[in-house]
Design a protein around this ligand. Structure first.
Ligand SMILES: Cc1cc2nc3c(=O)[nH]c(=O)nc-3n(C[C@H](O)[C@H](O)[C@H](O)COP(=O)(O)O)c2cc1C
Ligand code: SF4
Ligand code: SF4
Length: 277
């Protein structure tokens, strides 16, 4: 089978899922490539024909697919388009996310032909508490591109769409996780909970640094910041994605979560990307 159209569907507040998706699409080398970026808003009903390979990349939040990504993907549908699904996580764990994405996308009529779990710099990573800092790096992007090339070969080898076999993503190899750092992390999380030290509801803003450039308001995925009133964040809309923190040109926004030092300390060993096809 020839690869015709390729479409990237992504939700990616801090751009790591987007960059992985882009690299996979590069490797697929379709005749034409398009992108449905759901980061800032949803789109109406989108139907994919069988001749489009759909690459879907989303971040992991709390071991699940980011809820807003799922909500914005509710309008996708197909009668059999081949789909490549990938979850991007911040070097702790992706837990249920890949299976969840598989079930969600399959229920909308896609055939899952490949899956992947990739590492992206953690949304809470900072220079003080680096967590998978700089990932995806060049090697990760090359790995994702090669994954795309392998999928291209898989499609080329299939004589027709019925011979293009689906995959069971539950069989993907989990990354190595040393036991003691994980135990230390779980103990420290319990201690934080006992102390009542919770996650802040929204990022803090240093009003002396903010120049009201409006970047954060324009790039907030859920409309939690209004242009002109950037020092105020609507807690009921904030999904704590840190797009505003990482993107603020004045470094005026910070998300001072007690989990950042824990994640930085307990997960220093960089995990590997994994694929199945
Ligand atoms: C609210 C929230 C929860 C997260 N939960 C996890 C998690 O359970 N495991 C993990 O390894 N990374 C977790 N992360 C980190 C993101 O999965 C990671 O930074 C990802 O690369 C972000 O994708 P994006 O750049 O496409 O926004 C979380 C990030 C946020 C904002
Ligand atoms: S991006 Fe930073 S400087 Fe610009 S409005 Fe937002 S907080 Fe202010
Ligand atoms: S205000 Fe909240 S939801 Fe909006 S970009 Fe910042 S962290 Fe993300």
């Amino acid at each position: 089978m020839e690869i015709g159209k390729v479409c990237l569907v992504t939700f990616s507040p801090t751009h790591t899922s987007y960059r992985i998706g882009e690299a996979i699409v590069r490797g697929l080398k379709g005749e034409s490539a398009s992108c449905v970026d759901l980061t800032l808003h949803g789109v109406g009903q989108v139907s994919f024909s069988e001749d489009t390979v759909v690459v879907i990349t989303v971040p992991v939040y709390g071991g699940h697919v980011a809820p807003l990504a799922l909500k914005r993907m509710e309008m996708l549908e197909s009668a059999g388009a081949p789909a490549v699904i990938a979850v991007v996580y911040g070097n702790r764990a992706y837990e249920h996310a890949l299976q969840e994405l598989d079930a969600f996308v399959s229920a909308r009529g896609f055939k899952i032909i490949a899956g992947g779990t990739f590492i992206g710099e953690h949304s809470y990573s900072s220079s003080a508490y680096p967590i998978a800092q700089g990932r995806p790096d060049d090697a990760d992007l090359q790995y994702a591109e090669t994954f795309g090339e392998k999928i291209r070969t898989k499609i080329a080898m299939a004589s027709d769409k019925d011979k293009l076999y689906g995959v069971d993503v539950r069989r993907i190899l989990r990354p190595r996780q040393p036991f003691f750092p994980l135990l230390r992390f779980l103990r420290k999380v319990m201690k934080l909970r006992k102390q009542g030290r919770l996650m802040p509801r929204v990022p803090e803003v240093d009003i002396n640094k903010c120049t009201h450039c409006g970047y954060c308001a324009r790039h907030c995925p859920n409309g939690a910041i209004a242009e002109g009133d950037e020092c105020h964040t609507l807690s009921e809309r904030c999904i704590r994605c840190c797009a505003c923190v990482k993107g603020c040109p004045q470094h005026a926004r910070t998300f001072d979560t007690p989990f950042a030092p824990l994640l930085s300390e307990c997960f220093p060993q960089q995990k590997e990307n994994r694929i199945i096809l």
